[in-house]
Write a protein that binds this ligand. Structure first.
Ligand code: ADP
Length: 437
């Protein structure tokens, strides 16, 4: 118990004692006690009412708290009030600092609630995406930034992927979007201006496409003359080898140009369109027939677990199969096995080409789909490899929302798995009932 509380109780007891004593002198001790209690109560009620008034009006100057417990209560109250005011001020300064720093960020940040409605955004988000802090508060962000990819990203709870969308405020602008979880059930949509990066990517793509295109015509002329020289019966004997070498290299250059042009086409076109569902199993059979079955190459077996069709481009899927199968055959010795499989299930579809060939060291696997990457450059070149096959495969798969997963062990063989999402599996139309009508 504090000193003030003790003093208060002692004072109260003394007052009640004095009242009782005075009453006792007049033979009415109880009345005396009662009168003293009433005096004590009246004083406390007065203090209480005046404290209540001071609280309501905020004017504490008129509040006469006297000494003792009321003084202590008031001192405590004043201390807490000042502390709360100090805290509020600190928070205000902190908030101002946070707002200043988020506004200074070059990237846009939009705070979203669980329904993707805008809670707040920084200045960069306003500039990059044309958001208005007050007007757009409470609006769904996918109603303002209308892009199917962004809608998918917001609903997928995928916090690692990023997508690129066209800027809603600048015709030639591009924004990179990423979603990260934030607080309880909130999300932060981060926007970055990638216009320059996209422009450079397009420039590089256009340059490669134009250069390949321009080189094709002179190369056709050179190849034509080389063919004519090779066919010329008067050609000196000593020219035979160099001419044959030149023809081989010219053919190789034509192959490189054709593959570079194919890559450019794949890069610049949108998602693969499908007119008719692709008969993957049929393509596996025809490709196996064309590439396998030779005496000096590995045995190719088809493991068909499904006959389901795929939504996509038939020619592109055929390119994938040809590239993977020809690689498997090239990198597997004649006694080895190559297995091509087609499986579909609840989690999607898999096109798998597995071989028991030379395999690939783990360190090289992440680089396989880079342009011109070859584990053994000399060896691949001698085999006619260009190093663009898997880059083409990767692009085609991306256009089909699919991914390439490579597992391999040096000396033991490799597995190239193309995984397609379940949405890409074509739904068979129902078989009409016989005799129905
Ligand atoms: P290339 O025309 O050289 O085959 P690719 O892009 O098709 O180019 O393949 C890139 C490299 O990946 C190849 O040079 C080879 O080193 C490696 N590779 C591809 N497939 C296989 C496989 N089935 N087994 C072993 N290595 C492979």
């Amino acid at each position: 118990m504090s000193d003030a509380s003790r003093k208060f109780l002692i004072g109260l007891l003394l007052l009640l004692g004095a009242g009782a004593t005075v009453g006792w002198f007049y033979d009415h001790a109880v009345w005396g006690l009662l009168a003293a209690a009433l005096v004590a109560l009246a004083w406390q009620v007065r203090q209480l009412l005046s404290f209540d008034k001071a609280l309501r009006t905020g004017n504490f100057d008129d509040f006469r708290y006297g000494e003792g417990i009321w003084e202590q209560i008031f001192a405590r109250f004043r201390f807490e009030r000042d502390r709360a005011a100090r805290r509020k001020q600190n928070y205000r300064v902190l908030l101002r600092e946070v707002r200043k720093s988020t506004n200074a960020m070059p990237d846009g940040a939009v705070i979203l609630d669980a329904n993707n409605e805008i809670i707040n955004c920084n200045r960069a988000a306003k500039e990059l995406a044309g958001l208005k802090r007050k007007k757009d508060r409470g609006q769904r962000v996918d109603n303002i930034l209308r892009d199917p990819g962004l809608m998918h990203l917001l609903h997928s709870e995928d916090y690692t992927s990023t997508i690129e969308i066209m800027s809603p405020v600048n015709d030639n602008g591009w924004l990179n979007c990423r979603v990260v979880p934030y607080g309880a059930d909130q999300k932060l949509l981060l926007l970055r201006d990638v216009t320059e990066r996209i422009r450079l990517r397009k420039m590089r793509r256009d340059f490669v496409a134009n250069a390949s295109h321009e080189l094709r015509s002179p190369l056709t002329v050179i190849s034509g003359y080389l063919d004519a020289i090779a066919d010329d019966e008067d050609m000196p004997e000593s020219w035979a080898k160099p001419v044959s070498q030149m023809k081989k290299q010219a053919a190789r250059m034509q192959l490189i140009l054709a593959e570079l042009l194919e890559l450019s086409r794949l890069e610049s076109a949108g998602p693969a369109k499908s007119d008719q569902p692709v008969d993957v199993l049929g393509l596996l059979e025809s490709t196996t027939e064309a590439l396998g079955g030779h005496a000096d190459v590995a045995r190719v077996v088809i493991d068909a677990e499904s006959s389901a069709k795929l939504q996509g481009s038939s020619t592109e899927i055929e390119t994938v199969i040809v590239n993977l199968l020809s690689n498997a055959i090239r990198y597997t010795p004649a006694g080895g096995d190559v297995t091509v499989s087609w499986r579909t299930g609840a989690d999607g579809a898999d096109l798998i080409v597995a071989d028991t060939g030379e395999g690939i060291d783990a360190e090289h696997i992440p680089r396989l789909t880079e342009r011109f990457f070859r584990v053994d450059k000399g060896r691949s070149r001698d085999d006619g490899g260009v190093g663009l096959g898997l880059a083409i495969v990767k692009h085609i798969l991306a256009r089909h929302d699919a991914e390439l997963i490579v597992t391999s062990e040096a000396g033991a063989g490799s597995v190239f798995r193309c995984h397609f999402p379940v949405e890409r599996i074509a739904v068979e139309p129902p078989i009409p009932l016989a005799g129905g009508g």
